[in-house]
Design a binder for this molecule. Structure first.
Ligand code: URA
Length: 239
């Protein structure tokens, strides 16, 4: 990888800053100064220092995003803005993608990563990762509605798995599901003759939406969050 690309992807310096620093002899690779910003480095093996600061390259990125309304869970879309467009430029070339889908008008917790193995494991139906959503509906829900939803309802010929519903008001509450069929919650509420008017994912497995993130804001997962997520996905431990 080119040195300037590496430093830009580490969020340390723009390409022009790297060019300037290299000319000034302020960048070293494995202890030796380099003058060319386009020299090739191995970002995972070479020791790169920029103005005395070690550049640490992370191959895999894990970001928590608070998805705003109107953005689609895709890497590209001809019509609507995508969640990837909420990230700064240096993240656009890192192969990030949303781990699971949220509908265009669903808000809240979304994991973005370029770790295909972790993502695949978290989304595999047999993983049964619990996703909790805050919701609001158009009409009050009865006890029978809640019992039906919890026991499983027919959504287009598919019987949903048992889930939990906690009402905080006859028209509001939390629903936790362990699967992820297309439009699942909307269709479940339709199955009990109701209509979702607000949907926000508040947790995904062990991750809970960071209340300090405003809509559209993101941050890297903490080490602890990543560890719990890897455990949830039953990823092999690092040696
Ligand atoms: N279920 C839905 O209906 N929509 C979402 O975005 C997520 C779950």
């Amino acid at each position: 990888m080119r040195l300037d690309k590496m430093l830009s992807e580490c969020g340390i310096a723009t390409r022009s800053e790297t060019a300037r620093a290299a000319r000034a002899g302020k960048i070293t690779v494995n202890g030796l100064p380099v003058s060319r910003p386009d020299c090739k480095v191995d970002p995972e093996k070479d020791e790169v220092f920029y103005c005395g600061v070690r550049a640490v390259y992370q191959r895999f990125l894990y970001l928590m995003l608070n998805k705003p309304d109107g953005y689609v869970s895709a890497t590209e879309d001809g019509r609507d803005p995508t969640v990837l467009e909420l990230l700064p430029e240096e993240y656009r070339t890192r192969g990030l993608f949303p781990c699971g889908r949220l509908d265009k008008h669903t808000l809240g917790l979304m994991l973005l990563t370029n770790d295909g193995v972790l993502s695949h494991r978290l989304l595999a139906p047999k993983s049964h990762v619990t996703k909790t959503y805050a919701f609001r509906v158009k009409f009050p829900l009865s006890e029978e509605d809640v019992t039906s939803l919890e026991g499983g309802v027919d959504i287009g010929g598919y019987l949903t798995k048992p889930c939990t519903v906690e009402l905080t008001d006859p028209k509001e509450g939390y629903i936790s599901i362990t699967e992820g069929k297309y439009h699942q919650i909307k269709l479940m509420l339709q199955a009990v003759h109701n209509q979702i008017t607000y949907l926000e994912r508040v947790s995904f497995g062990p991750l809970t939406l960071d209340p300090s993130l405003a809509r559209g804001e993101w941050r890297p997962l903490t080490e602890e969050e990543l560890k719990t997520l890897q455990k949830e996905a039953r990823m092999p431990e690092n040696p």
